[in-house]
Design a protein. Structure first.
Lengths: 376, 455
């Protein structure tokens, strides 16, 4: 106790001395942080109905490009059109598992092709990219059936249309690890880490955006720990989880991969939000110039903001439902601000159409609140 | 004037979309169409012109009966008379979608794309008369020819001959370029400009040897003496179209469809023969041109692709053209019949079939351009009295080029290119060769399209 007192005193004196020596405290803009090793989680938007006034703020990565340059032909769209989507081909790569051991061989035999197709399906659905599938077997099977049912000429004519040429390659790199304690009764602890790279196949440049970070999935996220319990006697499997059989291990790894893809999707939707221009406001209803074609999802939570001379002012939060090439929404909460009040009062009298250099846009906050429930 | 327009206002109301009349007589309406992009814009434009046409149809004149309806816009007398004058013109123009309408830039409205369209009667000019140029039977060209005294002909005659040949060549050029401009589906579909220049020269060369029959009349415009007792003449030549076109097309068809032999493994051979027959290219065993084809299946996991390569060669092995398919067009799953299926699809594919046809035609053209097919004439060594003269004798024959002589066993072999058919060559050789061979030489024997043999 004494020691503690002494130490505290000396520390105080030191601090006082330091204070005396220089009148200015040296600045510091960094701090030590812990590197997280925890499993990743999905982050989704709040429902517009749950927003408070202070929640109505601008999300990152909004885009205020109008549709003026668009020609609405997906195959020859103008580069300055926000509806132009990059064409990508996807790869799902598994780093090889080296070493030996009872569970390692089983982990090595893992077929990632099905995961790749799942990835393609899920990414196609959010409409941020145009995806060229690598499902060659289905395509050639289909061509064979067309040949059988419609004949050579029809197939030959069809074959004239070439596959899309990808602008980018998206590659999911993954790392699998297995950890066991080595005691008689133990549980298998698998970890799957995913990172995403977008590569320009011509220049070999890895693009900085979208930056999806690293996703870590642990086996305990998809299976109860007791399910992965096993018993070994003198190095041989006796009972419990079959960590020596690839079918059982693959089931766990596939579930982990699937969860990883879900988290990837939610990050993608935050990194690449859907933006649309507001054509008019009538009461609380808004009409947007883009819908499904710009990747607006059902029940999208969107922040409505004015854009003038480079400044943005959020004016409210809306719940939006898309149609094919436009969307309709309802402003659930207006922001407490004079700009919002002015627009609100105008829109009460009839249709308010932004004019005189002021533009109004809507930008999605991230993954819609009910997306994980309904789409994954 | 307000009265005059009141009826218009009524009609426009009944037509659902509003047509506004501006003070200068301009009619203006807004139309919307579902969707985005050029299709929607076009639809909106069409919709608007239909609205305008309906509006004009419903209003025969601007001096309508008075009604109680009032419209704010007032119309000048001039505009009203203009409207009456141009009414039928506007209607006809709108119905045939050929009216100069003014369009605003498109605006978006929910799912629709909208356009404001206006029609200004002041902008309508008088209807233009169309000048269809009468097709003439002859073409006149002015050409310059040069010539020097040679082979017993005077310099003037040679210069005239040269000028007439140039005239024919020029007209062939005009005909060819017109031919390709008019249709893209001619037997010889030649794509780029170089190719048609090439054809023009080629056909001009071939036809100009009998330019007399093609030039109807000509007159000398100017003559000038050249150095070395030469002459330069400027002629105005009238070339008759019909015989020229006939001869040129004949030539084209010869180039387009010679007889060929096919060397290929089955099933490619059968498929290829069937395709060649479909394209009007005759296939036979005694042909002077050969098509060598190869196919290879490329494996990729469970699927197979086809690489196809086709060469055109003559019997001495010269390659005149080559074609390869585009294997990326399709793949089929592994199957015992996959090669046959892929072959059938490739030969049925419009782009591949067109490319192959073009490659073959280019190859056949090459044959003509290089001076005809290669033939070999075999003479027994002991019956050749003046072997050193053989080269010269053969070279003087019309249509012969690239003469080369070598020995093979007991024979002296002359290989040469000849423009015409083998029979013609045999006749020409038989007549010329008597002076340098012994009397016991046999008649020439045509062994095949490639080989002519003396005994």
């Amino acid at each position: 106790m004494k020691l503690v007192k002494k130490l505290t005193l000396s520390a105080l004196t030191l601090a006082l001395l330091a204070g005396c020596q220089s009148t200015q405290k040296p600045g510091s803009s960094t701090q030590v942080a812990k590197v997280s090793n925890r499993a990743s989680n999905a982050i989704v938007a709040k429902s517009a109905y749950d927003f408070d006034n202070s929640d109505i703020t601008m999300p990152a990565y909004f885009d205020t490009q109008g549709l003026g340059n668009c020609i609405f032909d997906s195959n020859n769209e103008n580069n300055n059109c926000p509806l132009k989507k990059p064409i990508i081909r996807m790869y799902f790569d598994l780093a090889g598992v080296s070493g030996s051991g009872i569970g390692v061989d089983a982990m090595r035999e893992f077929d990632n092709n099905q995961l790749l197709l799942m990835l393609e399906n899920q990414f196609a659905g959010i409409n941020r990219f145009r995806i060229v599938t690598r499902d060659d077997d289905t395509i050639s099977k289909e061509q064979q059936i067309v040949l059988e049912q419609q004949g050579t000429k029809v197939l030959a004519k069809r074959a004239e249309v070439k596959a899309l040429l990808p602008d980018f390659v998206m590659k999911i790199d993954s790392l699998r690890t297995l950890k066991t304690e080595g005691s008689i009764t133990d549980w298998a602890d698998y970890t799957l880490e995913l990172t995403t790279g977008v590569i320009n196949p011509q220049t070999r440049e890895k693009l900085s955006h979208p930056n999806l970070g690293k996703i870590r999935v642990k086996s305990e996220d998809v299976r109860d720990r007791s399910e992965l319990k096993y018993t070994m006697v003198s190095g041989r499997y006796v009972a419990g989880f079959h960590l020596d059989q690839s079918a059982h291990v693959n089931a766990v790894l596939s579930d982990m991969g699937s969860r990883g893809i879900d988290i990837l999707l939610t990050r993608m939707l935050s990194e690449m939000p859907a933006t649309a221009q507001v054509l008019g406001i009538k009461g609380n209803k808004i009409s947007l110039d883009r819908g499904q074609n710009a990747g607006v999802l059902p029940n999208e939570t969107m922040i409505i903001f004015t854009y003038e001379a480079g400044f943005v002012e959020p004016i409210g939060v809306a719940n939006v439902k898309p149609s094919r090439s436009s969307a309709n929404g309802e402003i659930i909460r207006w922001k407490n601000s004079s700009i919002a009040d002015e627009i609100k009062s105008h829109s009460k009298e009839g249709i308010y159409r932004p004019a005189n250099g002021v533009k109004i846009f809507a930008v999605s906050v991230g993954t819609p609140a009910d997306f994980l429930e309904n789409r994954t | 004037m307000i009265k005059k327009f009141s009826l218009l206002a009524l009609c426009s109301l009944s037509a659902n979309a509003e047509v506004n009349v501006l003070a200068n007589g301009t009619l203006e309406t807004t139309a919307c169409a579902y969707g985005r992009g050029s299709v929607a814009i076009l639809e909106a434009k069409n919709q608007a012109s239909i609205e305008l046409a309906n509006f004009i149809k419903g209003n025969k004149s601007l001096s309508a009966q008075a009604t109680t309806q009032q419209i704010s816009s007032s119309l000048t007398d001039d505009a009203a008379t203009l409207y009456q004058k141009k009414r039928s013109l506007m209607l006809a123009g709108l119905n045939s979608m050929a009216m100069p309408l003014n369009y605003s830039s498109p605006t978006l409205s929910g799912n629709d794309t909208c356009m404001k369209v206006s029609l200004d009667p002041n902008q309508l000019g008088a209807s233009e008369e169309q000048n269809w140029q009468e097709d003439s039977h002859d073409i006149s060209v002015t050409v310059i020819g040069e010539g020097w005294a040679k082979k017993g002909k005077s310099a003037l005659v040679n210069a005239e001959q040269d000028a007439l040949q140039r005239a024919v060549s020029q007209v062939v050029g005009v005909w060819l370029s017109q031919q390709y401009a008019q249709s893209s589906s001619t037997e010889m579909s030649i794509v780029d400009g170089n190719e048609s220049m090439h054809m023009r020269e080629l056909i001009g060369q071939q036809l100009s040897s009998h330019s007399e029959g093609l030039v109807k009349e000509w007159q000398t415009l100017k003559t000038k003496a050249l150095q070395g007792a030469g002459m330069q003449v400027t002629l105005l030549a009238v070339v008759e179209k019909a015989p020229l076109v006939q001869q040129a097309s004949q030539l084209l068809s010869i180039i387009g469809s010679p007889r060929v032999k096919v060397f290929a493994p089955e099933p490619l051979k059968t498929e290829l023969k069937a395709w060649l027959n479909q394209q009007g290219i005759e296939v036979g065993d005694s042909a002077s041109l050969a098509i060598y084809a190869q196919s290879e299946l490329v494996k990729r996991e469970n699927n197979r692709r086809l690489h196809l390569s086709i060469d055109v060669r003559d019997l001495s092995g010269n390659i005149y053209g080559n074609w390869k398919n585009d294997p990326s067009l399709m793949s089929l799953p592994k199957d015992p019949h996959v090669e046959q299926d892929l072959l059938a699809v490739y030969l049925a594919s419009p782009s591949q079939s067109r490319a192959l046809h073009l490659a073959l035609n280019q190859a056949f053209t090459q044959v003509v351009a290089r001076g005809g097919l290669v033939r070999e004439i075999l003479l027994p060594n002991q019956k050749l009295t003046e072997p050193e003269m053989l080269h010269d004798v053969l070279n003087t024959l019309g249509g012969v080029s690239d003469v080369a002589i070598h020995k093979r066993n007991d024979y002296t072999v002359a290989s040469l290119r000849y423009k015409g058919n083998t029979g013609e060559l045999a006749n020409a050789v038989d007549q010329a060769i008597g002076t340098i061979t012994s009397k016991t030489l046999s008649k020439i024997k045509i062994e095949d399209d490639f080989t002519l043999r003396y005994k």
